[in-house]
Design a protein around this ligand. Structure first.
Ligand code: GLY
Ligand code: MN
Ligand code: MN
Length: 470
């Protein structure tokens, strides 16, 4: 957990960057069926950035006028202590958290009005709709978590993003621990892989590893022999000897910091000749893109470089035809690489994605309208302290490769007859997909790969698969 001064420093830096009060909400319990059956509580990431272990329903008012932070918490009741256990009192928390005041959550609206008077108060929409509606009622803003145009005042979002984007040593220490737990989960899944078990059994090893270390999955675990389905969340396939397993899973610490790692391996421990070629090209693209991460690098250029290496490999494999640069410029590489090369990472696995392209693209940069490249989630110039993923892949997606519109668009650039062989290999189940994903922090001298210890050399992966030990 970051040190107590970490959060206090963050709050001070925020207060120094705003010119009118800001109200932040942690969010509350959400129910999974009847009201009292809750999902595990997870505070909003910006709230987690400013406060350790936030309580459900917590709110905080940042007032730059007197440089104060007031925390609002639910009143302590004997019934809560009975059902959920005792929690520290307000006076104790005020001291431990180094805030100026702790007030009753029930008095939020009244006390914000009293303290701020006629000054404009701004807030940020969060995933919990009730907390967002309450913040909107207090501030008078239109707040909608599901519309990036209405997540909050752009100036406030940009201040938060500037702070959250530059990871300090405390935050990087958390991310390294998450990376270590994620390494253990991936290697265990590789070691326990064998034909005849269900994907769910490997998911148990992955998520059991997270739980043993006090972590949770940072996002729904993707573990599938249908790796071409990019966010495939079903786990009920049986593993066949000749399948390729794709695992995209990352641990999230109690502090909220997380990892996001993808590896792919053959169930029988031996890549087929075709799979070997695909794997090596994806790995080459990943390594080229990783090497391009450095201060000042434009993320779109990193993406284009990865696409260029993939296109070159696809030409070598006779799946594409033409000059790799031209294939990428025309967008044809998206026949096999239909997504962006990565995204920001931190307290959210797609860090601050809720803030929209205001943060992920910045001023004056617009999303491409090309299929595939339009999914590029990030297009900023990288700076030291920023964390991002690099995750190229090659997929054989029937819905793309057999689509009449795409066949016409990429006629002469994609060898659809050869692609069809990949769609029908493996006893008609198809090749699936291979993605390799690592987490990086941009450093003054270039980059550090936080997840470098997760095996990815083809031979090392083959040796681990089915070994039973990890
Ligand atoms: N795990 C989701 C992603 O890699 O973006
Ligand atoms: Mn990712
Ligand atoms: Mn991922």
């Amino acid at each position: 957990m970051p040190s107590p001064s970490h959060h206090a420093n963050r709050r001070r830096a925020f207060l120094a960057s705003i010119d009118s009060p800001v109200l932040l909400m942690a969010g509350g319990w959400t129910s999974r069926n009847y009201p009292a059956n809750w999902f595990p509580f997870r505070a909003d990431s910006t709230f987690l950035f400013f406060f350790p272990n936030p309580e459900p329903n917590a709110a905080a008012l940042f007032d730059p006028k007197d440089e104060s932070v007031t925390l609002f918490l639910d009143e302590r009741t004997p019934a809560d202590a009975l059902w959920h256990g005792p929690v520290p009192g307000f006076a104790e928390l005020r001291k431990a958290l180094r805030v100026d005041a702790v007030e009753k959550r029930a008095d939020l609206q009244k006390l914000v009005a009293k303290k701020c008077g006629k000054r404009a108060v701004r807030s940020v929409a969060i995933a919990d709709p009730r907390a967002t509606a309450e913040a909107a009622a207090i501030t008078g803003e239109r707040l909608d978590f599901h519309s990036t145009a209405s997540v909050g005042d752009p100036d406030v979002l940009l201040v938060i993003a500037r702070l959250r984007n530059r990871k300090d040593p405390d935050e990087l220490a958390e991310m390294r621990i998450a990376a270590g737990v994620t390494r253990e989960a991936h290697t265990l899944a590789m070691a326990r892989t064998r034909a005849g078990i269900h994907e769910q059994e490997l998911v148990g090893h992955v998520e059991g590893t997270f739980a043993r270390h006090g972590c949770v999955p940072a996002y729904n675990t993707i573990l599938s022999v249908r790796g071409e389905v990019l966010h495939n969340h079903s786990h009920d396939n049986l593993l066949f000897d000749t399948d390729i397993v794709l695992l995209d899973a990352g641990a999230e610490r109690a502090s909220g910091y997380c990892a996001d790692v993808t590896r792919a391996w053959p169930v029988n421990g031996h890549f087929s000749p075709e799979a070997r070629d695909v794997y090596d090209v994806v790995l080459a693209a990943e390594e080229a893109a990783i090497a391009a991460v450095k201060p000042g690098a434009r993320y779109r250029d990193v993406h284009t470089l990865a696409a260029r290496v993939l296109a070159d490999g696809l030409v070598q494999m006779k799946l594409m035809k033409g000059d790799p640069d031209e294939l990428v410029a025309s967008g044809a590489h998206a026949a096999f690489f239909p997504h962006g090369v990565g995204h920001l990472l931190g307290l959210d696995v797609h860090d601050m994605e809720a803030f929209g392209d205001l943060v992920a693209y910045g001023k004056g940069r617009k999303r491409s309208e090309q299929f595939g490249t339009a999914y590029l989630r990030l297009d900023i110039d990288l700076e030291p302290g920023m964390c991002c993923t690099i995750e190229p892949g090659i997929y054989f997606v029937p819905a793309i490769l057999r689509d009449a519109k795409f066949r016409k668009l990429w006629k002469g650039q994609v060898d659809f007859a050869r692609a069809e062989q990949f769609l029908t290999m493996n006893s008609q189940r198809g090749f699936g997909g291979i993605r390799i994903e690592d987490d990086l922090v941009c450093t003054p001298g270039g980059r550090e790969v936080l997840t470098a210890a997760v095996p990815k050399e083809r031979v090392a992966v083959e040796a681990l698969v089915g070994s039973g030990v990890a």
